[in-house]
Design a protein. Structure first.
Length: 114
């Protein structure tokens, strides 16, 4: 069973920051497209940020709702992709999932509340 390990969620006040991590079990994952999705209660899962493979230049893309506040990045040596989330808003509250190649992480809860 493939294991993508997510970490970094939690409770934060509006305006705060969190950094999510998604670690893959091997360097081959650096050859795959990777995306961070989120799903709020009663809502569809949505793609918030993505990064292409290292062979495709690690290009990034963001949903309009997070552009300028979230940053996706990768550490190839650690087989890890990060999602830095700044200026968090209550509407960012959701379970966040990483999807790397054909695999999904277990999800991590992000709650933005005062």
């Amino acid at each position: 069973q493939v294991q993508l390990v997510e970490s970094g969620g939690g409770l934060v006040q509006p305006g705060g920051s969190l950094r999510l991590s998604c670690k893959a079990p091997g360097s081959i994952y650096n050859l795959y497209f990777m995306g961070w999705f989120r799903q709020a209660p009663g809502m569809q899962r949505e793609l918030v940020a993505s990064i292409t493979s290292i062979t495709s230049g690690s290009s990034t893309h963001y949903a309009d709702s997070v552009k300028g506040r979230f940053t996706i990045s990768r550490d190839n040596a650690k087989n890890t992709v990060y999602l830095q989330m700044n200026s968090l808003k209550p509407e960012d509250t959701a379970v966040y999932y990483c999807q790397w190649g054909n695999d999904w992480g277990q999800g991590t809860q992000v709650t933005v509340s005062s």
